[in-house]
Each structure stands twice: as structure tokens, then as C-alpha cells.
Design a protein around this ligand. Sequence first.
Ligand SMILES: Cc1cc2nc3c(=O)[nH]c(=O)nc-3n(C[C@H](O)[C@H](O)[C@H](O)COP(=O)(O)OP(=O)(O)OC[C@H]3O[C@@H](n4cnc5c(N)ncnc54)[C@H](O)[C@@H]3O)c2cc1C
Length: 388
Amino acid sequence: MIMKTKEIQEQRIAIIGAGPGGLTLARILQKHGVKTVVYEREKSPTSRQQGGTLDLHENSGQWALKEAGLFEKFQTLARYEGEDFRLVDKSGKVYLDEVTDKNNGKRPEIDRGILRELLLDSVDSTCIQWGHKLTHAVPLKNGIHELHFENGHVDTVHLVIAADGAFSRIRPLVTDSVPEYTGLSMVELNIKNVATSHPSIAELNGHGTFFAIADHKSIFAQLNGNGNIRVYLSFKVDHNWLDTCEIPFNEPDKAKQQLLQYFNDWDESLKDYIRFADEAILPRRIYMLPIGLKWIHKPGVTLIGDAAHLMSPFAGKGANLAMRDAAELALSIVKHENVDQAVQGYEKKMYVYSSQSAEESDSNLKLCFSDNAAVKWMDLMKQYNDTI
Ligand SMILES: Cc1cc2nc3c(=O)[nH]c(=O)nc-3n(C[C@H](O)[C@H](O)[C@H](O)COP(=O)(O)OP(=O)(O)OC[C@H]3O[C@@H](n4cnc5c(N)ncnc54)[C@H](O)[C@@H]3O)c2cc1C
């Protein structure tokens, strides 16, 4: 382990956001003796449900966990069977039915909440300032920034790292680029305890991901570690559709009836993903930053994760890249004597790999919502499987 020189240890480094990117960064820096403060807008670690499941890839998410010294623990928490994948069209015709070799899985799944706990347990808990929503940052001189929070707190730091996701409050310091709507809106549903409550859908779904695509729509469903299935209905629609479609998303029973009408001519077994949903229904628009976004380097500030390269989820890479960025930046900081050179080295490398992933996400999204998408997705997956 490289321990930092006194000079760098004396720099005040702030990370905005305790998502997968921010926490991985804090952990790896702390492991190398570099102190940070992490500001997170959520009130506590349990104030928000963290969402569904993620598959962590070897060269990004898994590599970052190795650098964080958390890979062995991750392996005990990961679900290797969660890699199973079934692809169908709207009639229920099966195009792919992949069952993973449990001893040789490449992309095991982990629930976001479990991953967050793993990372939170590994960092010095006093470094995280919960309930601190950054409103803006003011550049002073020599790369020093003054950070302002909604609760009135102000901090002055030598380096601020934006890990605050899609609508970063730090990003405007380095670029005018803003996230653009991808043309896709999603409706998120949750079916509880499928094994006992709905065995038919548990069997249809299998242990991993179930993907039904046709007619510029899709049903994407994933079994989570807690026995629930999280379902994402996707629609290729105008930006304002979620406001104008008149689906009462806050009245789940009525909303489900209306959502079913959009899948009227889909197989009955597929419609059960909507019928059996419990709990809240969450509509969301999918945004992306311009592919290959770069900025002119500014001393004392940088971006990681969605703040740097927000992309659609159709390559399953966002969280993986956030963790890779975190590891790349942390290792660059601990290897360089000069923090500014370290940040520039990270930015140069990150632009290359993140733009490749952004291209892939965009091309996958277009393919998914084109004609005969099930056949095209099957061909893409076969090509992909041949290359790993
Ligand atoms: C439907 C869907 C499915 C996805 N599936 C996958 C997948 O399978 N695999 C994958 O790799 N990626 C997936 N992604 C992408 C993934 O969720 C993101 O890329 C990833 O979470 C980005 O991590 P991050 O740490 O950069 O930001 P985030 O996870 O967004 O974390 C940002 C953190 O910053 C905090 N924050 C925000 N603003 C402020 C502020 N002003 N002040 C203080 N704190 C703030 C937030 O509360 C949050 O804790 C998916 C995304 C979506 C929408």
C-alpha cells in the first residue's frame, strides 16, 4: 500500500454524493491514508430505498472492489445465478435462455442496497455528512472551492469531486453540457416475494433477468436478492408523455389497468409482470450526456460517474463505470505527488473508456426500440458471448 506524503494528506478533499462512485472513492483513498469528507443529501443511510440489482463487471466494478479490498466480501454477497438471462418477444417466444455456470460467472449480481452497505461499512463513518445537499460551489483562487449547502453549511476545499449523479451541481463549473432526454421513458414496478406469492412468474422469470421486447416497448424484469422482482416498462415516447398520458401513477391499481392497455396484444403471461405489481409505481425519464463529453481541465475540481458521463442503462455500465472512475482517480491521486496532475491523468484516461461505453449504451438503446428488436438483441448477445 502506498501511504501519501504529508503534503497531500494535508489537502482537504470533498466528495459530493455517497452513491457507488463516491463511496468507492472515499474507501480507496482512505485505504491509502488520504482523508476525505463525503457530503450526501440523503438524511441517513436508510432514508431511501436504493433500488434494484446491478451486475458488476470484471474490468470495472469488480476491479474497483479489489482495489478497495472488498472483493472477497463481495463474493460472499453476490448472486452468480443472477446472471441467468431470458429473451422473448411479445408472443412469449424464447430467443435466448442462458443459464450461468455458477462456478464460472463473469458478471454476478448484487442488490444496490447491499453494495451500498458493503461500501458504507468499509469507510470511516465520521467522514460522511448526511443531510448535506450541495446547492453550489464557488471557485476561489488556486483551485480552492467554497462549497455551499442547503442547510447553511459552508466548507472550503482544495479538491472537490462531483459524484452527485445525473443532475450534478458541480458539473456547471467545468462544462455547459446538460443531460438530454434519450427518447425513452420508464415505469418501474415491484412484485414482492415472487417465490411464494406468484410462483408462475417466479418460474417464467428464472433467477436473473427476463427481457421481453417488441413494438418499440419492453418489459425488463430482474429477480433481486430479497425475493422481489423489479420490473421496468420502457416506452419510446416524447419527453412530455409521462405528464400527458393521464396514467395516475400515484394510484397503483388504476395505473396498472391503464399500463396493461399498452401491452394489450402481448401474451397473458407477460402481462402478469404488471398485474402482480405491489407498492408504488415510479415513472422516470432516461437522460444522457453528450457521448464523448470532455471539458477543459480546471484545477481543484473533477467529476466521476453519472456526473461525468450519464448514459442510458442499456449497456448496464453506469454504476460499473462510476466505481472504475473512483478507483482510477483514487489510484492516480495516491501515485502522484501533485494532486492536479493526478486529476488530469484520471480525466484523460476516463474520457477514453467512458466514451466507448456511452457509444455502446446509445447503440443498444436504439437497437432495443427498433423493429424486430428481439432477433437483433439475440444476435448482439451471441456476438458478445463469443467475445468473452
Ligand atoms: C433504470 C436504471 C437501471 C440501471 N441499471 C444499471 C445496471 O444494471 N448496471 C449499472 O452499472 N448501472 C445501471 N444503471 C446506472 C446506475 O444507476 C448509475 O450509473 C450509477 O448509480 C451512477 O453512480 P454515481 O455514484 O455516479 O451516482 P448516483 O448513484 O446517482 O449517486 C449520486 C449520489 O449523490 C447524491 N446527491 C445528488 N445530488 C446531491 C447534492 N446536490 N448534494 C449532495 N448529494 C447529492 C445522491 O443522493 C446519491 O446518493 C441504471 C440506471 C437506471 C436509471
